[in-house]
Design a protein around this ligand. Structure first.
Ligand code: MTE
Length: 321
């Protein structure tokens, strides 16, 4: 995603559509949309093949109306065919390759600075939680964005289940490693497995969400089944997919992209239109499935929820990377 400079879709500034113009022009599903409305979107008939999922009866989950998007939902047919999942290739058309990933059985390990490390099957984990649906905006560091109805549970509930010790300051998350199936993992210049991390305060912020479903059903593999992270105030690369391990630690984890290109992709990765990526502007974003650009909002518009996490930490680069 970051080794080349994206050009094809970069519209000149004069063609950019201010967000208020865009918002006034559209009929929005924000908050009031139902799954039925989502399904009415063009292309919604698309359904990726999926392994039998013993938790399928839990979807669609009840929508939590607290989280408003102020945008149109991205059609499933668009969001599920334009993905970043480097395990299956360094391009956006990985949806077919990703179907090779076996997602049952799937075990999740909880270890590190916790009362008692344990492993739990994804189905037992999901059944311990109360699933809900949230409409979230997603802003990729590559300057495109989408808006998706995710289903899942607050990460805070997972942290509570893990019972971290006071010593734990961070949660390190790890994706599966299986180069036999995920051909992208044969690229030895990448530091597999994919790793991401959050502070405990970030992980227990109400917005941090463990995603197990999308578009009213169990999540398609290309989105990161059976479980990924959504932290909508941060750039998309923090939203680690297909997680197998949560390690509670007192050391700040080094993430996959930080190891690959530390000057461009740091630990914090909070969305900030005022700080350009070293190779492109972050002022606007292309709305997936359209040809328009809208202004990017600080913390992707979620400042009311998260800005207080970073007060007094400006020297830490929290306002961008
Ligand atoms: N997680 C893993 N394991 N591997 C990846 O390559 N890409 C990240 C993130 N999570 C990635 C990942 C990036 S750069 C983005 S923008 C989002 O996943 C993309 O999510 P999407 O494919 O659902 O749009």
């Amino acid at each position: 995603m970051h080794i080349r400079i994206p050009k094809g879709w970069e519209l000149p500034e004069r063609l950019a559509t201010p967000e208020d113009v865009f918002l006034n022009r559209r009929t929005f599903l924000a908050g009031s949309g139902s799954i039925a409305a989502v399904s009415a979107l063009p292309g919604a008939a698309f359904a990726a093949p999926q392994d039998a999922d013993p938790t399928a009866d839990l979807y669609p989950a009840q929508r939590n109306a607290k989280y408003q998007i102020q945008r149109q939902l991205t059609p499933e047919s668009v969001a599920s065919r334009y993905n970043n999942f480097y395990e299956f290739g360094s391009h956006k058309k990985i949806h077919e390759a990703a179907q090779a990933l076996p997602i049952r059985p799937w075990e999740v390990a909880i270890d590190g600075e916790v009362e008692k490390p344990f492993k739990i099957s994804i189905d037992d984990l999901i059944r311990k939680m109360t699933l809900e649906e949230r409409l979230y905006r997603h802003r990729c560091v590559e300057a495109w964005s989408m808006t998706v109805p995710w289903s899942g549970f607050p990460m805070k509930d997972l942290v509570e289940l893990a019972k971290p010790l006071a010593k734990a300051k961070y949660v390190r998350m790890e994706t599966f490693k299986n180069p036999e199936i995920a051909r992208g993992q044969r690229a030895s210049w990448y530091p597999w497995p994919y790793v991401e991390g959050l502070t405990i305060e970030e992980a227990t912020n109400e917005l941090a969400f463990m995603v197990t479903g999308a578009y009213g059903k169990p999540m398609a593999k290309q989105f990161g089944a059976p479980m990924r992270l959504a932290v909508p105030w941060k750039y998309g690369f923090k939203h680690i997919k297909s997680i197998v391990r949560f390690t509670f630690t007192d050391e700040r984890p080094k993430s996959f992209w930080e190891i690959v290109q530390g000057k461009e992709y740091g630990f914090w990765a909070n969305v900030n239109p005022e700080v350009d990526h070293p190779r492109w502007s972050q002022a606007t974003e292309r709305v997936l499935g359209t040809t328009i650009r809208v202004p990017t909002l600080k913390y992707n518009g979620y400042g009311d929820f998260v800005a207080q996490l970073y007060t007094g930490m400006e020297g830490e680069r929290t306002t961008w990377m």
